[in-house]
Design a protein around this ligand. Structure first.
Ligand code: HEC
Length: 102
C-alpha cells in the first residue's frame, strides 16, 4: 500500500508542475499580501483609491482578464506598476487566492 501511495503522490506532483500556468494558492496569498492588499484590502474588500471594484466580488476569470489587460497596457490605472510584474502563473494564483476571500 505504501508504495502505491507514494507512486501516486509523485505522479500527482509531476502532473502539477508540468501543467502550464498551475495556480499555487500559497504563492497567490503571499503575492496578494505583499503587492495588492495595501490598495485592495487584506480581504479584497476595499475599493482601491475609490476607483476599483471590490476584488472579492469578482469571478476568477474576470480577475485574470483584468490583470492581463493592465499588464498589456490596454487599461491604465494607479495599480499598474504592481500588475506589470505579474506572470501568467502569478495572475492565476492570485485569482485562485482572491476566490478564497469571498
Ligand atoms: C497602488 C494601488 C494598487 C495596487 C498596489 C494594486 N492595485 Fe489593483 N487597482 C488599483 C486601482 C486604482 C484600480 C482601478 C483602476 C484600474 O482600472 O486599473 C485597480 C484595479 C484592479 C482590478 C480591476 C478591478 C475592476 O474595477 O474591474 C483588479 C482585478 C486588480 N486591480 C487587482 C490587483 C491585484 C491582484 C494587485 C496585486 C498584484 C493589485 N491590483 C495591486 C490600485 C492598485
Amino acid at each position: 500500500m505504501k508504495t502505491s501511495y507514494s507512486t501516486l503522490a509523485i505522479a500527482a506532483l509531476t502532473l502539477c508542475t508540468a501543467t502550464a500556468g498551475y495556480a499555487d494558492l500559497e504563492r497567490g496569498k503571499r503575492l496578494f499580501n505583499q503587492s495588492c492588499a495595501m490598495c485592495h484590502g487584506k480581504q479584497g474588500e476595499k475599493s482601491a483609491l475609490d476607483q476599483s471594484a471590490l476584488l472579492n466580488t469578482l469571478k476568477t476569470d474576470e480577475i485574470i482578464t483584468a490583470l492581463q489587460a493592465r499588464k498589456a497596457g490596454e487599461i491604465v490605472g494607479a495599480g499598474n506598476a504592481a500588475k506589470n510584474r505579474l506572470s501568467e502563473e502569478d495572475m492565476k494564483s492570485l485569482a485562485e487566492y482572491i476566490e478564497t476571500l469571498k
